[in-house]
Design a protein around this ligand. Structure first.
Ligand code: NAD
Length: 498
């Protein structure tokens, strides 16, 4: 039995048949559980037409009404988040507790967006000149699009749509075609929360749908999250078409462990951040840099801990689930051979999956460790995006820092040390957007902004926080004179204020 997953346009699932559709898998069983419609340009156009009309009315809704709808959505989400977590696990594979964690982090942005009346406040200057006042306001853009990746089917869309909607825009969400059902569940909850039809739409699809979004003149802004090559493409095409674009890309997050660090803390952190969600997190640690002489000792402690992890079906209380597709599992697993050929040591080989707690046809790869990795190896230069942790050795703090700063990505990084001075230097000197000090996955809270540097972000605006409000609104400044209607007669000079 496979479920058909259609688009959500104008407050309801679409019924028209689609020319193209894609398979959706349960990664823990390998079974096809759904067929998702893949939109063409006409379907994207239909969604934009509905959203444009809805945006006209929604921007007129009072700030209180917008906050109330967001609050009602928050209540529904909070009360039923286990349902959403189950949907995520069934299509992504991550373990249920992790899926619930993802929903909770997304919910924090919804809660932040409930404060939209405060966040949208403008400014006012009385008497900039005799009888003249100036006020600034921020207004919504109209229709905005969100294009999201497979690895956080609920949280990443929630980085964006709460603020976009609360600010008075209409949204078209194009989720990953690999796990499209979470978006449909959230759309249905918005309808229950009282959001007018057409303000939140979901269009499924692949490159064809993305290209249609990038070309459509009715879409004012695009928020994208995914791999770096596609992020660059989306940024270039979207800005060429005159849109405002923020495109968050891939990552290669380093964890620098200094010799004075608490090695048990560092080993726990490396395992948690390296193998949580099977390494399919943009903030996963994928490269651990051990500063001499602690390398061997740290690797041993990590290997000991890896032996205790249980891999299996995310619904069975395991530590780590399967990878998202068979093709992705095969690609990630191939890096173990590539690493060995390049001279790395395969310290733990996760391809022996005999004891996983799940169906034999699931997309399994157990936690794997490559030691003695060097900066020119492909296992280091490529984003692997799976449960393969690489360990490099450095002779000093400076060498470790140099590695991180030379890397083209700059999403997240962490330093482990008990030396406050070293931590302070790291904070100041490292060229990365999100920094952890004895914290391995430093994901900012909703009221700060999320975003990387260098090839991890195209555009200058990060997700949520003050940046999010800024991205989904544009400024307008009004200069007015009421009390002193006199004027100085004809004067072609540039206006000056006394
Ligand atoms: P992806 O780039 O393959 O896909 C992302 C989105 O782009 C999807 O909606 C997909 O349908 C669409 N897409 C795919 N190929 C396309 C093409 N050729 N043209 C136009 N659109 C296309 O990424 P993914 O595999 O779904 O997600 C994993 C990637 O996302 C990793 O690189 C990860 O680091 C990154 N990521 C980054 C962040 C961040 O905050 N920087 C967060 C999560 C994930």
């Amino acid at each position: 039995m496979t479920t058909r997953i259609t688009h959500w346009i104008g407050g309801a699932p679409t019924t028209a048949s689609a020319a193209r559709a894609g398979d959706v898998f349960d990664p823990a069983t390998g079974a096809v559980t759904g067929r998702v419609d893949l939109a063409d340009a006409a379907t994207v156009g239909a969604a934009v037409a509905v959203a444009e009309e809805a945006a006209q009315e929604w921007r007129q809704a009072s700030l209180s009404r917008r906050a109330q709808v967001m609050f009602a959505f928050r209540e529904l989400l909070n009360a039923r988040k286990e349902e959403l977590a189950e949907i995520i696990t069934a299509e992504h594979g991550k373990v249920l507790s992790d899926a619930l964690g993802e929903v909770t982090r997304g919910q924090e942005v919804v809660e932040f967006a409930c404060g939209i009346p405060n966040l949208m406040k403008g400014s006012f200057s009385e008497g900039v000149s005799a009888g003249v006042d100036v006020t600034s306001v921020r207004q919504p853009l109209g229709v905005v699009a969100i294009i999201s990746p497979f690895n956080f089917p609920a949280m990443v869309p929630m980085w964006f749509f709460p603020l976009a909607i609360a600010a008075g825009n209409a949204v078209i969400l194009k989720p990953s075609e690999k796990d499209p059902s979470a978006a449909m569940w959230m759309a249905a909850r918005f309808k229950e929360a009282g959001l007018p039809d057409g303000v939140f739409n979901v269009v499924h699809g692949d490159k064809e749908a993305v290209d249609a979004i990038l070309e459509h003149p009715g879409i004012a802004a695009v928020s994208f999250v995914g791999s770096t090559p596609i992020a660059r493409y989306v940024y270039e095409q979207g800005t060429r078409a005159g849109k405002r674009v923020q495109a968050l890309g891939g990552a290669k997050n380093h964890m620098l462990v200094l010799p004075d660090a608490d090695l048990d803390l560092a080993a726990d952190a490396a395992v948690n951040a390296g193998f949580g969600s099977a390494g399919e997190r943009c903030m996963a640690i994928s490269a651990l840099v051990a500063v001499d002489p602690i390398g061997d000792e740290l690797v041993q402690r990590i290997v000991d801990r890896m032996g205790k992890l249980r891999t299996g079906d995310g619904r069975r209380g395991c530590d780590m689930g399967p990878l998202v597709t068979a093709a992705h599992r095969d690609r990630v697993a191939s890096y173990l051979d590539i690493g060995a050929e390049e001279g790395a040591t395969v310290a733990v080989d996760g391809r022996d999956v005999g004891d996983v707690d799940g169906d034999a046809d699931g997309f399994w790869l157990k936690p794997s460790l490559l030691d003695h990795v060097t900066p020119t190896m492909r296992v280091y230069t490529d984003e692997i995006f799976g449960p393969v942790l690489s360990v490099l050795r450095a002779s000093s703090y400076d060498e470790g820092l140099g590695l991180i700063n030379a890397n083209p990505y700059g999403n997240g990084t962490a330093v482990f040390t008990n030396d406050g001075g070293a931590a302070r230097r790291f904070r100041e000197e490292v060229q990365v957007g999100m920094i952890g000090i004895n914290v391995p996955i430093p994901v900012p809270m909703a009221y700060y902004s999320f975003g990387g540097w260098k090839a991890s972000l195209f555009g200058d605006t990060h997700a949520h926080g003050a940046d999010g409000v800024h991205f989904y609104t544009r400024g307008k400044v009004v200069t007015s004179r009421w009390l002193d209607p006199s004027h100085g007669g004809l004067n072609l000079g540039f206006p000056q204020h006394d």
